[in-house]
Design a protein around this ligand. Structure first.
Ligand code: PLP
Length: 454
């Protein structure tokens, strides 16, 4: 159910309530309460043996629950939902205004220049595939990329540079590659989805431009956790997904320079992307509409705009201190845990998001992840995180376990994870598990399905 009480935006925990009642002015320690209210704040999940526990969601790097204000906004606009750009009725006009207003919100939030385009896409993967069809030359990528920023680039026009042990050496390797042979585009992730390490996008932009290349940033991980600005960082393109930014309604965005996009084939061919159509000739539109044929995902677009407005309301300083406190706590706890190793890409990374991937010295991370979910109500992810080349290079084992946190996370979440991890690493799971095509699962699973399941 969607809460509508604005006062409930930031839930008050016992410790906070106590200090409020005692009149003590001591501030709440960073990370001890959620930074923002998410729709899963009160979610309880069943665990094996018939109990239910508060869910701990440490899988937000994969997909984050909606901000409550996003879900409320979606519910508020749904009655007005109607056709975009074509209808003459009042709801249709309001729907069109919402989509175009969202476009302006995205442009403002990511520091787009006046002549940049904001194209609404399905997600980051879709956005980077659009860019791949528009690049008029070679693309240089690092091997640490998510598959979404590794696979779309045209065969024969993609040049992969292996990231080095330090960020400084990696910049040198990119510099050498761009000097060796000109490229049209350097495309990098803003932060690794495996290690959380943040890349120096301002320096990478200067480097690309010094060699006459443009730069695109895959901000799927970065944007939900750091303010990113095309103008301030001198980036040419930026891609991100709503579902990692607390707006999981199926839309993403691609923002950047118009010229390549205006010269590229329409991303989707169909209605809305054309000026005129004759059976022997088509005149394609310029601008975002060229790549947005068909009816857009209005709900997803509205959700993105509302989430970005919420980031602005929360403020960068609050987000940074909340997530930094939790990230430090997570890494300190993992550093003290025996029997595991934390995966790193760089020796000199001085900034990382709230993501940690671990390997087990012995045993299966898949089994560990299954037991965290089934016995402790804690969601994490096991695997190679759609970054196979990078994972295979930096990890010693076939798979890792990733914990990732965000605006809804708390120190209590981190502590529950660390406690459960320590117990499982030392004692193993309390129940029997089997391994099927979908991975590890309890041999006997007595957890009831929710009443909405069908
Ligand atoms: N880039 C990075 C760094 C990611 O972590 C992900 C998803 O995990 C993607 C791209 C792909 O995002 P999407 O599935 O929303 O297209």
């Amino acid at each position: 159910m969607i809460a509508t009480d604005q006062a409930a935006v930031r839930p008050v925990r016992t410790s906070e309530a106590a200090s409020m009642m005692s009149g003590s002015a001591s501030p709440v320690p960073a990370g001890s309460v959620p930074l923002a209210r998410l729709v899963d704040a009160e979610l309880e999940v069943p665990v094996l043996g018939g109990r239910a526990v508060r869910h701990v969601n440490l899988d937000v790097a994969a997909s984050a629950p909606a901000f409550t204000v996003v879900a409320e906004q979606v519910a508020r606009v749904l009655p007005y939902y109607a056709s975009v750009h074509r209808g003459t009725g009042y709801p249709s006009q309001q729907t069109t205004a919402l989509v175009e207003g969202a476009r302006a919100t995205v442009a403002r939030h990511v520091g787009a220049r006046d002549d940049d385009l904001v194209v609404f896409t399905r997600n980051t993967t879709d956005a980077l595939n659009l860019l791949a069809s528009a690049v008029p030359g070679d693309t240089v990528v690092l091997d640490l990329e998510h598959h979404a920023n590794l696979l779309p680039w045209r065969d024969g026009a993609r040049r992969v540079v292996v990231a080095q042990p330090t960020i400084a050496e990696t910049l040198d390797a990119l510099d050498a590659e761009l000097a060796r042979c000109p490229a049209a585009l350097l495309t990098v992730t803003g932060a690794s989805n495996v290690t959380g390490e943040v890349l120096p996008i301002d320096r990478l932009a200067r480097l690309a431009h010094a060699h006459g290349a443009r730069i695109a940033v895959d901000a799927a991980q970065l944007l939900p956790h750091r303010r990113v600005s095309l103008e301030a960082s001198d980036l040419d393109y930026l891609a991100f997904s709503g579902h990692k930014a607390y707006a999981p309604f199926g839309a993403g965005a691609f923002v950047g320079r118009a010229d390549w996009l205006d010269a590229a084939p329409a991303h989707l061919a169909g209605g809305g992307a054309v000026e005129t159509v004759r059976l022997d000739r088509v005149e394609w539109k310029h601008g975002a509409a060229r790549h947005e044929a068909g009816t857009p995902n209005v709900v997803g677009i509205v959700a993105i705009a509302r989430a970005l407005a919420e980031f602005e309301r929360l403020g960068e300083a609050a987000r940074d201190s909340h997530e930094q406190a939790l990230t430090d706590r997570l890494h300190a706890g993992l550093g003290a845990q025996r029997g595991i190793r934390v995966v790193h890409g760089f020796e000199d990374a001085d900034d990382r998001l709230g993501i940690a991937t671990i390997e087990l010295e012995r045993g299966s991370v898949g089994l560990l992840a299954a037991a965290l979910g089934a016995e402790h109500g804690i969601s994490v992810r096991a695997g190679r995180f759609c970054a196979h080349p990078f994972f295979d290079r930096v990890a010693g084992r076939a798979n890792g376990l990733r914990a990732s946190l965000g605006a809804g996370s708390t120190t209590d979440d981190v502590d529950r994870f660390l406690t459960a991890l320590a117990k499982l690493v030392s004692d193993g799971p309390a129940h029997a598990y089997d391994r099927g095509p979908e991975g590890w699962h309890p041999l006997v699973d007595d957890r009831p399905r929710p009443e909405f399941a069908f």
